[in-house]
Design a protein around this ligand. Structure first.
Ligand code: C2E
Ligand code: CA
Ligand code: CA
Ligand code: CA
Length: 263
């Protein structure tokens, strides 16, 4: 018994060693990716729900490796847990603001993780990047998740962003546990309805009708509080029409364009 327990522990230890080794390997590969310019901006259009014209783009970063394209779902968490997210976030931001400067993009939304907001000079750096390139802050949106917005210490940061003229959107709304009432009074300007809701509407089933009711409720409440609304993950014309009729201002999803290289 003792031997078995000991053996179990040793194998656990080996497993952990192997895991941290793999993590270390991937982390140094990600470091190199930044140096070797293997990260690339992809962009996805956002359209006006009624006119169906493109009003801006969301930046979605990709890691282009010789072996294939790595999804941010894979390397952003690694970057977050290792602190590398600060460097990646700043790189993404610079590229996005450059694209505004050259006129390649008119308006852009950049995803920002809670860990980036935590850096005391986040807003100062952002202001500097915009000033140095002479780009109007109104052309930049930041997408933040409720994880960021519910940290009381970030409220002053939201006010600073607002004063700077950079607008903020609550990303993935409905995906977490907070109620919209807890969020509508924050100094933000847009609510982004999570893809899980968009995917749920458009079917003539009890579930589909319930999802539609929830979406209508979110849009009505957000609008009543002066917030713009955008739905993500719109894949069918039926979803687009239902969202437009619900009063959703903007739409985003494969129906209008998949993320594609900025270049
Ligand atoms: P997100 O911000 O919620 O971005 C939306 C995700 O849904 C993107 O996945 C996008 O490609 C995908 N998507 C868009 N339209 C559709 C659709 O119609 N159907 C389906 N099935 N999917 C759709 P992606 O590009 O893999 O990004 C995943 C997540 O990685 C993003 O989720 C965001 O949280 C994070 N991320 C991406 N770029 C950055 C970045 O520069 N910085 C940070 N901090 N996070 C990023
Ligand atoms: Ca987003
Ligand atoms: Ca989202
Ligand atoms: Ca997300």
């Amino acid at each position: 018994r003792v031997k078995r327990a000991g053996g179990g522990h040793a194998s656990f230890q080996r497993h952990e060693d192997q895991r941290s080794y793999l993590r270390g390997e991937r982390l140094s590969a990600l470091h190199q990716a930044l140096e070797r310019n293997e990260l690339q901006l992809y962009v996805q259009p956002k359209v006006d729900a009624e006119r169906r014209t493109v009003v801006g783009h969301e930046v979605l970063v990709r890691w282009i490796r010789p072996s294939g394209i790595v999804s941010p779902l894979e390397f952003i968490p690694l970057a977050e847990s290792s602190g590398l997210i600060g460097l990646i976030g700043r790189w993404v931001l610079r590229q996005a603001v450059d694209a505004l400067k050259t006129g390649q993009l008119q308006e852009v939304c950049v995803n920002v993780s809670a860990l980036e907001l935590r850096e005391s000079d986040f807003v100062a750096h952002l202001r500097w990047v915009l000033e140095e390139r002479g780009v109007d802050p109104q052309r930049l949106w930041l997408e933040l998740t409720e994880r960021s917005l519910l940290e009381p210490r970030f409220i002053p940061v939201l006010h600073e962003l607002k004063a700077l003229g950079v607008r903020t959107a609550l990303d993935d709304f409905g995906n977490g546990y907070s109620s919209l009432m807890a969020l509508v009074n924050l100094p933000i300007q847009m609510v982004k309805i999570d893809r899980s809701f968009t995917a749920g509407i458009g079917e003539d089933t009890p579930d589909g009708l319930r999802a539609l009711k929830v979406v209508r409720g979110i849009v009505a409440l957000a609008t009543a509080y002066g917030l713009l609304t955008v739905a993500e993950g719109v894949e069918t014309p039926v979803q687009a029409d239902l969202l437009m009729k619900a009063g959703c201002a903007y739409l985003q999803g494969y129906l209008f364009g998949r993320p594609a290289p900025l270049s």
